[in-house]
Design a protein around this ligand. Structure first.
Ligand code: AMP
Length: 192
């Protein structure tokens, strides 16, 4: 199973990706996590992207596409993976399709987690107050992240709708319940 999890910041993609990976033994690939660990390490990449993350903007496509290309070559991806936070632009989605077609391992499921804006802002700000340690979990930056999502990432859903199917899941409710909803959607495809 090779899953793309779509949805705005705060939709619960990270939590749901973790559960899905545990359940099906998949690799969890979060570009946000990769970038945050580069920042923590203080690597040249980290230094380059830190101000971009703090501002709630997107890092350049070429940079994240290269990170994903390297990540997808690791052995743990052979059993399948969940992409969380990538692709975030149509350019990234097209690059991903190309990368995966080269290894003949196309995406099997595109799942969109839907949540109202008001809930998102609340969730993210709370996450920041409860010590997520993320420089972008603040009121000011959340507004910018949602704006970036609408302008640059929402078209990714339209892109996938035009080339395949997008499975929509209601992201409101208990974590376990949302996990069950996602499993109900993706499990029929397990034979792949
Ligand atoms: P996330 O953890 O997915 O919310 O990502 C946190 C931040 O990392 C985003 O606000 C962006 O600054 C950056 N980022 C993560 N993934 C991508 C991506 N696919 N393209 C561009 N920027 C990204």
């Amino acid at each position: 199973m090779r899953v793309v999890l779509l949805g705005p910041p705060g939709a619960g993609k990270g939590t749901q990706a973790t559960l899905l990976c545990q359940r099906f033994g998949l690799a969890h690939i979060s570009t946000g996590e990769i970038l945050r660990s580069a920042i923590k390490e203080g690597s040249p990449l980290g230094k380059e992207v830190a101000p971009i993350l703090a501002a709630g903007s997107l890092v350049p496509d070429a940079l994240v596409i290269e990170l994903i290309r390297e990540r997808l070559m690791k052995d743990d991806c052979l059993k399948g993976f969940v992409l969380d936070g990538f692709p975030r632009t149509v350019e990234q989605a097209k690059a991903l399709a190309l990368l995966l077609s080269e290894i003949e391992k196309p995406i099997t499921n595109v799942v969109e987690v839907r949540v109202d804006d008001a809930v998102l802002i609340d969730r993210i700000v709370k996450r920041g107050q409860e010590g997520s340690g993320r420089s972008d979990d603040t009121h000011e930056v959340v507004a910018r992240r949602l704006e970036v999502y609408r302008a640059q990432t929402a078209p990714v859903t339209a892109y996938y709708e035009s080339v395949s199917e997008v499975q929509v899941v209601d992201g409101l409710g208990e974590v376990a319940e949302i996990h069950r909803r996602i499993c109900d959607l993706v499990e029929p495809e397990l034979a792949d």
